[in-house]
Design a protein around this ligand. Sequence first.
Ligand code: DGL
Length: 259
Amino acid sequence: MSIQPIGIFDSGIGGTSIFKEIKALLPHEHTIYLADSFNAPYGNKSKEEIIALSIKNTELLIAKDCKLIVVACNTATTNAIKTLRDTYDLPFIGIEPAIKPAALSTQTKAIGILATKGTLTSELFHKTTDLYSHGIQVIEQVGEGIVTLIEDGRTNSEEMKILLQTYLKPMLDANIDYLVLGCTHYPYLIPLLLDMLPNHVKIIDSGEAVARQTKSVLELHQLLNKQTSTAINQFYTNGNVDVLKDILDENYNVDYLRF
Ligand code: DGL
């Protein structure tokens, strides 16, 4: 048993979609969330840059006494988690696009995946896709510009709608029945996407699976917090405090921190 916090980091505010899933499953765990919004988007950076930023975030969370780190970013996971696991002695949970469930369930034999360039060009993504995509058409689309709009607080803007229409067109032309959201910022687009997609297209992301995996790894290492007192959830951003505050469902305290 451990009352130390769970550390969570993302290139920005998108990983809060994962934070919310973790809180729903593990309400008594203390958490520390780092939004590296100053360096967002990670998706267009080189693998080396993504690894360096992931190390910086990890070291800050370790300095804050975290017992486990959730890399709440597909781009950081697919490019840096191996280095993190090889370098540090605490458990890491990563997030990858949910290609497997989509590929196993598709009836139209066509699935769409929206993710960052960094994720779609990563070795890890290619490995998973090669494994599950036999006989299936996988329409990959880089969500260029989406993260920046969300980080600017313009999730529901006209520009966003136009971007999404452009990105969805080749997928709809290919008759997809599953859309995989391969970036932790994208669950915030679900209301818009539901308006744009035909009813038979299902949207999936990996948030719930990450929360379940976090719980089982904590159990495995006997690190669950068995106390039932109110959890302390700390949020730090090196970007806009208000944008992070706005995306959280509760009125959490958010601090600006240079990191
Ligand atoms: N939330 C990150 C992800 O899941 C966004 C990456 C970016 O900053 O481009 O990939």
